[in-house]
Design a protein around this ligand. Structure first.
Ligand SMILES: [Zn+2]
Ligand SMILES: [Zn+2]
Length: 326
């Protein structure tokens, strides 16, 4: 009888051991990582929007203690993204050359009146060529009419080809930044571009007009327009959590006491060169400040890596802190 009990007990123990081993192996099967194919094809950043706020000084934006003129960017958006405190225009600190550096990766001394296209093709043209998408999938939308010159290039192999959609000013005239934002939102609704450059011009226009209260007001206004744009894309199915927003400047302005101070810009003084970059997107670190030197010409190759296409002939280094999680 004791032997039978012992045999039964042994049998039960074996059964328990077998079940627990089986359950274990089943568990380990459940935690097997997703197939590599899935990881390779996953693409988090599907859209990139570059917002260029034209011509505020660092001293009235990020460099001002308390950052009181940019409450939305500094308090609501910066915690969601990566801020570059030593971002520079190392070329010509004028509007067309600054935007050209941001879009082509080259510092070019092109005319500042919009009468010349950049010498090199833009990141938007590279994107349209490589993806084969139609012109509505890349867009330049600006308050200043002369930025239409950025939609094409003088480069003989690219001139007139792969041009992005452009919506610059209103019938050859400049328009308000609020109107430009409305055009951006309409474009998002109607065409869903994957790559966009948006320009707001208020701080520069009021600076040139020697209107200090207007200059500060425009910095605050563009700050709120950027926040409105961010909220809009976060409610849009094709953009929500799939869009990188890069907020930067074409140039700063002279420091007080240098030539005519905030009224003008265009030389190599620190206050004209020192701009900013705030980057928010699904693959960027949150609540992070980078103090390393980066510059405008590194933006196009960074965009190409985020959107996973090859920007041929682009020799610049990328803004590596934005590519850590790719
Ligand atoms: Zn400018
Ligand atoms: Zn200057």
């Amino acid at each position: 009888m004791d032997t039978l009990k012992e045999t039964l007990l042994t049998l039960i123990l074996h059964l328990i051991l077998f079940i627990s081993l089986y359950a274990c192996s089943d568990d380990s099967a459940m935690v097997t990582p997703t197939p590599p194919d899935d990881a390779v094809t996953r693409q988090l950043t599907e859209n990139v929007i570059v917002v260029v706020i034209d011509g505020p000084r660092f001293s009235e934006t990020w460099g001002l203690p308390g950052q009181s003129h940019i409450p939305y960017m500094s308090q609501r958006l910066a915690p969601k993204g990566t801020f570059f405190s030593n971002f520079q225009n190392e070329g010509y600190t004028l509007t067309l050359p600054g935007h050209t550096a941001i879009l082509t990766g080259n510092y070019e001394q092109i005319s500042n009146d919009g009468s010349q296209h950049p010498l090199a093709p833009s990141v938007l043209q590279h994107y349209l060529k490589q993806t084969g998408l139609d012109s509505t999938k890349a867009a330049i939308i600006s308050s200043k009419a002369k930025l239409k010159a950025l939609a094409d290039t003088q480069h003989s192999e690219w001139s007139g080809r792969f041009q992005p959609m452009s919506n610059c000013g209103n019938h050859g005239r400049n328009r308000s930044d609020a109107e430009t934002l409305q055009e951006v939102l309409n474009t998002i609704d109607n065409y869903q571009p994957h790559l966009m450059m948006v320009q707001f011009s208020g701080p520069d226009a009021k600076g040139h007009a020697n209107n200090w209260p207007g200059y500060l007001y425009s910095i605050k206004e563009t700050d709120s327009l950027v926040y409105e744009l961010w909220n809009y894309i976060q409610q849009h199915e094709q953009y929500k959590d799939k869009t990188a927003l890069l907020i930067t400047n074409d140039h700063g302005r002279h420091a007080d006491g240098h030539i005519d101070g905030f009224v003008n810009h265009g030389d190599r003084c620190e206050s004209c060169k020192h701009i900013s970059l705030l980057a928010i997107g699904p693959e960027f670190d949150h609540d992070t400040t980078i103090t390393t030197h980066y510059e405008q010409t590194e933006i196009p190759v960074t965009i190409s890596k985020l959107l996973r296409f090859n920007m041929q002939s682009q020799q610049n280094k990328a803004i590596n802190p934005l590519l850590r999680h790719l």
